[in-house]
Design a protein around this ligand. Structure first.
Ligand code: SF4
Ligand code: SF4
Length: 89
């Protein structure tokens, strides 16, 4: 088996480019490099690598990003295993 593989086409992440104001926060907070800024706007370049942590959507000041966070949140999974409550990512 070669390295980690991502399942294509199942990510809930959506970007509304008409709302994007190009602040770049999503580029900064995404741990998987899913976004880049091009011509002053966010672009999804690696959508299938999104782990649905929700950080981009929570930090976007323009509410341009929607994602069903939770399924891939490592902190949430660890907290659940430890029997702890806490915010996801
Ligand atoms: S939900 Fe998390 S992994 Fe997915 S694009 Fe946003 S910051 Fe990146
Ligand atoms: S955080 Fe929101 S407004 Fe800022 S660049 Fe990303 S999508 Fe655009």
């Amino acid at each position: 088996m070669s390295g980690l593989r991502y399942i294509e086409g199942v990510v809930t992440l959506e970007l509304d480019r008409e709302r994007c104001i190009g602040c770049g926060l999503c580029v900064q907070v995404c741990p998987h490099g899913v976004f880049v800024l091009e011509s002053g706007q966010a672009v999804l370049t690696a959508r299938d690598q999104c782990m649905e942590c929700g950080a981009c959507a929570r930090n976007c000041p323009a509410e341009a990003i929607a994602v069903e966070a939770g399924e891939g949140c490592v902190r949430g999974i660890i907290n659940e295993l430890l029997g702890l409550e806490g915010p996801c990512c």
